[in-house]
Design a protein around this ligand. Structure first.
Ligand code: HGY
Ligand code: MN
Ligand code: MN
Length: 415
């Protein structure tokens, strides 16, 4: 099959305009995006994607966890399709490009393939996975985990957000707003999956390279720690007699922080910290905090796991403590077949590229276990992400989309 350049088929203005249009759903005043999974603003963004897809003849599908698939039928619709995409939910202090770039680049790539005028052998489906971020419903990646069978639907439908709304109720709400979108089963055979994403780190920009061939994703363990003590009067309760949940939590976190200093590329984050009753003159009765632990070397993650459990036990004092691991994913290396396809497509499109490892998590982690999977990175300014200041340059968005179109065309043309 002849090498194909998509250089003149990607409409950069349309692609950029769609990024700006999608960012309006959940727009923050500081130019960021707050589009929680399965929220009304995400549902509106979903409808916008479906409308753009229908304009070019794609057929939308969904499933029991509201993953969205926008299908371009191939010459042989019975063959497993090629999937490309990412997610459209965001962190509360999110940016315009995390997730959205992957979905919009995939839509633009399909539009370029249609414009090229030759129908591929296999169908191509643009996908937006449900709840990648895990900020509203923790842990994330529910949509891709249920699709790939790595979790059951029942396991994730029961997850509740901080307002007590279940993921199941939120899914039903979103599906009830869908207009003529058929619901399919999970886990149909997939020929390959490619996820374009911003790097969410500084390496491509620092190297002056506009394109990354992603080699793998680092491993992670995620926890929730609940420390229970007893509410008491701040003015009368003797410190020696208190069961102060906050002081116990602070001791645990201080020790864990010290243990995570070396090696210096351990990523350990306490991002969620809830105090009850959170009243200035009441000794805290309960603290709930999160731990997000990541490293490329699984043995370092496992060693840190042991230290976390040790300090949680050693520092609870007169309080009680419960530690729950809510996610555990080992580090992985992507398929060399897809990586070389992506690298070859970048050079065919005359786009300088380099290999890069993903420090951030992505839905491609789940698809990796069921089909040949790869990722495409483009730089983001200063490596900033999960922050309203997140930014990607239009020319990098176009370059990444050109390569994606090239790769998807090749994968969809293979028998
Ligand atoms: O947290 C992550 O790595 C992803 O951006 N949700
Ligand atoms: Mn993402
Ligand atoms: Mn993210």
């Amino acid at each position: 099959m002849p090498a194909t350049s998509f250089a003149n088929l990607i409409d950069g203005d349309r692609l950029w305009a769609r990024h700006m249009a999608l960012a309006k759903f959940g727009a923050r005043e500081d130019d960021g995006v707050d589009r929680p999974a399965l929220s009304s603003v995400e549902s509106e963004a979903r409808a916008q994607l479906v409308s753009w897809a229908r304009e070019i003849g794609l057929v939308p599908f969904t499933d029991g966890i509201a993953n969205l698939f926008l299908r371009y039928e191939g010459r042989n619709p019975s063959l497993p399709p090629v999937l490309a995409g990412s997610h459209i939910d965001s962190q509360p202090t999110g940016g315009k490009f995390d997730g959205a770039f992957g979905v919009l680049a995939a839509l633009e790539a399909v539009q370029a393939i249609i414009a090229r005028g030759e129908q591929p052998l296999r169908s191509i489906e643009v996908v937006a996975w449900t709840n990648e971020e895990g900020s509203r419903f923790a842990p994330g990646m529910s949509g891709s985990e249920v699709f790939t069978g790595r979790k059951t639907l029942d396991e994730v439908l029961a997850i509740r957000d901080q307002a007590g709304v279940s993921l199941g109720a939120a899914v039903s709400e979103v599906l009830s707003r869908d207009v003529d979108i058929p619901v399919r089963g999970f886990g149909f055979p997939v020929a390959a999956f490619v996820e374009p994403h911003i790097e969410q780190g500084p390496l491509l920009e620092a190297a002056g390279i506009p394109f990354g061939v992603v080699t793998g994703i680092q491993g992670t363990r995620r926890y929730r720690v609940r420390v229970s003590g007893e509410a008491a009067h701040a003015g009368t309760a003797l410190r020696a007699e208190r069961r102060d949940a906050l002081m116990a939590a602070v001791r645990m976190i201080a020790e864990i922080d010290r243990a995570a200093i070396s090696p210096d590329d351990i990523k350990l984050t306490v991002g969620l910290f809830q105090v009850t009753p959170n009243a200035p003159s009441v000794v805290p009765a309960e603290v709930l905090f999160s731990i997000d632990l990541r490293h490329p070397d699984n043995s370092i993650v496992d060693e840190m796991d042991r230290k976390i459990r040790h300090f949680v036990e050693a520092e609870h004092g007169p309080c009680t403590v419960e530690i729950k691991q809510i996610a555990h994913a080992p580090s992985l290396a992507f398929s060399t077949e897809i990586r070389s396809l992506i690298a070859a497509a970048a050079s065919a499109e005359k786009i300088p590229s380099m290999e890069i490892y993903s420090a951030a998590g992505h839905d491609a982690r789940q698809l990796h276990y069921v089909c040949p999977t790869g990722m495409i990175f483009i730089p983001c300014r200063g490596g900033i992400s999960h922050n309203p200041a997140e930014w990607a340059e239009p020319e990098h968005i176009v370059a990444g989309t050109k390569v994606l179109a090239h790769v998807v065309w090749q994968l969809a043309s293979r028998p």
